[in-house]
Design a protein around this ligand. Structure first.
Ligand SMILES: [Zn+2]
Length: 354
């Protein structure tokens, strides 16, 4: 059975505010040995390069080191591929090459440049990686694949895999299905994974339950031993004062906003806070009740940290349920989540994509 690994994307800023407000998140040392400990994460080199990362993270869990390729697009960042590799090898379980996204910060396409520069980054850091691996370092370097299905994906794959195939023990490929990540583009990517006999894969920004259910159930058919995926949505939702609530069928979650589009509505705000305070039985909400004198005494920053941890626990529980269900009853689960038509489409894409 394919091992499924959710890697919440963590930012140093959010962790610092949790520390300041004395909220231990799932990866904190103080949670070791408790059911709320979740030592897996995605860390981006660009954001974490100046923040020390506790060695326990890599010892206990799976830490995916993003190169910061996305920051090249959004912030116009310049990243040295060898420096990124050295940071990843010192901090992470696996990490991917510094990829240049196929659209620039103005959302204009830059396909040729993206592929040319990603290939140059791969060549530039390859010798450093090979000396680490030959020296017995446990770190493994992964390739990254971009492109729209058809000619682009094939061109990218052929170019990067001919520099280095990322197919040794523990190596793999990370995927950013384009134009966006959906259950359909994920299924086509799984078809490509099957054809190229990739054994370990990561999917970037796999936020939706439909995408994760597709991975949980169909990664096995694609021949994957291991598949990880990341999402920043627990933190983004918390920053926007959105609470994730397990759906009554347990297959997904719904969202409840503290503020409506039209501004601050007290009704919504108090619904979220009262739920966290009075009804939620998760570890985060239980700690909130134990540590605070009353609902009105909790400041906005603390609510945001608590919402983050609450949301994260909702996601971890939902994805664990998918993984368990995939073993016994996966195709029925996927049919329920996607509906009959999309279920048929994704299973065909994995089996026949060429
Ligand atoms: Zn809760």
């Amino acid at each position: 059975m394919t091992q499924l690994r959710f890697c919440p994307a963590l930012s140093p800023q959010f962790r610092r505010s949790c520390d300041r407000l004395k909220v231990a998140d799932c990866i904190s040392d103080t949670r070791r040995g408790t059911p709320a400990y979740y030592p897996h994460a995605l860390l981006s080199h660009y954001h974490w390069r100046r923040t020390p990362v506790p060695p326990a993270w890599r010892e206990d869990g799976f830490i995916f080191g993003d190169s910061g390729g996305y920051s090249i697009r959004t912030k116009g960042a310049v990243i040295d591929p060898v420096e990124a590799l050295q940071w990843q090898a010192a901090t992470c379980t696996v990490g991917c090459v510094v990829d240049v996204p196929t659209r620039d910060q103005y959302d204009d396409p830059c396909w040729d440049r993206a592929l040319r520069q990603t290939a140059a980054h791969t060549r530039a850091a390859l010798t450093s990686y090979q000396s680490l691996a030959n020296g017995g370092d446990a770190f493994r370097w992964w390739g990254v694949l971009h492109g729209q299905f058809g000619g682009q994906v094939a061109q990218w794959w052929n170019t990067i895999a001919s520099i280095y195939p990322f197919s040794e023990q523990g190596e793999g490929w990370a995927f950013r299905p384009e134009p966006t990540i959906t259950h359909v583009t994920v299924a086509h990517t799984l078809g490509l994974i099957r054809r190229h006999r990739v054994r370990r894969a990561h999917f970037f920004a796999a936020t939706s339950p439909k995408v994760v259910a597709t991975l949980a159930v169909l990664a096995e058919d694609a021949g994957l031993e291991f598949v990880s995926f990341d999402s920043a949505s627990a933190g983004i939702a918390a920053a926007n004062r959105i609470m994730m609530l397990r759906a009554s069928d347990g297959l997904s979650w719904t969202q409840l906003k503290e503020r409506s589009q039209r501004g601050d509505t007290h009704a919504d705000r108090w619904r979220v806070r009262e739920y966290l305070w009075e009804r939620c039985s998760c570890v985060s909400c239980a700690e909130l009740r134990a540590a605070s004198a009353g609902i009105k005494a909790v400041g906005d920053g603390l609510w945001a940290c608590r919402l983050f941890l609450h949301n994260l626990l909702v996601q971890v529980r939902t994805f664990n349920d998918y993984a368990a269900e995939a073993v016994s009853n996966g195709h029925a689960l996927l049919r329920t989540i996607l509906g009959r038509r999309d279920y048929y489409m994704v299973t065909m894409a994995v089996a026949h994509d060429a």
